[in-house]
Design a protein. Sequence first.
Length: 312
Amino acid sequence: MAQVQTFLEQLYHEFKGITDGKLASYIPELARADPGWFGISIVTLDGRSFEVGDVAQKFTIQSISKVFVYGMALEDYGREKLLRKVGVEPTGDPFNSLIRLDEDSKRPDNPMVNAGAIATTGLITGSDPAERLNRMLSMFERYVGNEVFVDVSTFMSEKTTGHRNRAMAHLMLNFGMIEQPIEEALDLYFQQCAVLVTTHDLAVMAATLANQGVNPITGQRAVGSEHVRDILSVMYTCGMYNFAGEWAFRVGIPAKSGVSGGIMAVVPNQAGIAVFSPLLDGHGNSVRGLKVFEALSRFELGGFLRGHQLGL
Ligand code: GLN
């Protein structure tokens, strides 16, 4: 629908000039991003794309990977068994918080913050690190519909500086929440975060979740439909870290952000939406990304963001 495309173009021009926020630099490789990058993509379940800006620019998926790896763990373990290892409770704390890891907590709070994500990744099955990585890459490929690759520079950059995540893994090991070998789990976690995607890819991945787990472009199933509800629930309650409540209030659809500047959101049964712009606010969410989603939820598309028919 021309109206949607025109609206996206308006938003792009309106927000392109915003230079608030900062590039993530605690992973040194991320500080090399161009702060001007900005792309918006909507992919509908009948395979149409509405896009503007740098939608073909590759970047590392970072925390958005947690959504898909959680889906994989649900398939590998089943809901109840996984729930005993990783909870589904929002923390209200930053994504990299260590605060709630103590003797009394039996498991990390949820799979969308780093502690829970590292524990979830440590559960992925496979006979050795290469098999686990290959299983994970195949899973991402089903969502994207193309081959995916790990950006080795970003992987190495995080592996050699990720002391906080390493500390978290050691604490969880000490409390009996995860098992050895934790270095392998951390490597796999850093690799999943360094998977390269484009804004368009992320919108297709979100559209796959909107389509009960079937990629709307390739027709291939990426995840069992019985797991999609659980994935979307944790996205909705925990996906935007300590901004999750405000996001639910302001935008109102399941979403996940990452420190490289992506935000991916799912409109069940209708579309996937992704925005990429690397300047981040204090919560680690893309500044322009938030603006775009707030505007989308106000537009007459607002109806569709809240589950009404989009009529695209
Ligand atoms: N790889 C990043 C980390 O663990 C992902 C964090 C994020 O995107 N919020 O710190």
